[in-house]
Write a protein of this length. Structure first.
Length: 248
């Protein structure tokens, strides 16, 4: 099984790659550098594509296209990294979150009645839903919470904005900046997608002194150590049913 993992920055890429060492490095078009761990039965390729949904989509599409042209397509794409957690939903610092919905939280229009998602305007989509059984298996293996992860182009910096997002997306667990872009590229190539986040800070007023980036990166490495086993178990063929007893 070949898996493409897309992060925003090098620190996140390195945390993922640390779970799958040793890694080689290969160059992709556009100046991207891909960390490659050819493990069995799951091979991980890890790419730092840049910050934000546009950069994430561009990098993911580049890697997927290069793999397809090399007749070695990916079986799964994972958006990964650290992010903000919604404390009211139980996403504590250092915890792991797996998305059961990857939602573009600010793709739409502001109206006198509030925010209107782009789908209500008659265009596109604002949500990608990973395979439920796969997401559940990966979350269980990593000891992660399973729920909505929103993608934003502007990181939340106030309690009012955090409350607004929580009201529009009940039970939302985390916010990050790349998942929806990765999911859009994966969908265009017909490849399944997951999103895995570890919580480095609480969503709301920006208090850099309270951020725990180091522990979140360590948790990211731990989550990816569990990924190959979870994927192997989740995608293994179901055992054949036992033959019915024969009574002469």
């Amino acid at each position: 099984m070949r898996v493409l993992v897309v992060t925003a920055v090098a620190a996140e890429r390195d945390a993922v790659a640390a779970a799958a060492e040793p890694c080689d490095e290969t160059a992709l078009p556009g100046g991207y550098a891909l960390r490659r761990a050819a493990g069995a039965p799951v091979a991980l390729d890890v790419l730092a594509a840049g910050v934000g949904p546009a950069a994430a989509a561009a990098g993911t599409a580049t890697a997927l296209t290069a793999a397809a042209l090399a007749t070695a397509p990916y079986d799964l794409v994972v958006s990964a990294g650290i992010g903000g957690g919604f404390a009211a939903s139980g996403a504590a610092l250092g915890s792991v979150v797996v998305a059961d919905a990857i939602v573009a939280a600010d793709l739409g229009a502001e109206t006198p009645d509030g925010f209107t998602p782009v789908t209500d305007l008659g265009f596109g989509t604002v949500a990608h839903r990973p395979d439920p059984a796969l997401a559940k298996a990966v979350a269980a293996a990593a000891g992660a919470a399973l729920g909505t992860v929103v993608t934003v182009s502007t990181v939340t910096g106030s309690a009012a904005r955090a409350d607004e997002l929580a009201a529009r997306h009940p039970g939302v667990l985390a916010e990050a900046m790349e998942g929806f872009g990765v999911a859009e590229a994966a969908a265009a190539h017909g490849v399944p997608v997951l999103e895995i986040r570890t919580v480095s800070n609480a969503v709301g007023p920006r208090d850099r002194a309270a951020w725990r980036i180091g522990p979140a990166l360590t948790a990211l490495t731990g989550a990816f150590r569990t990924l190959p086993g979870a994927l192997t178990a989740a995608t293994a063929p179901a055992p054949a049913p036992a033959p019915a007893p024969h009574h002469p």
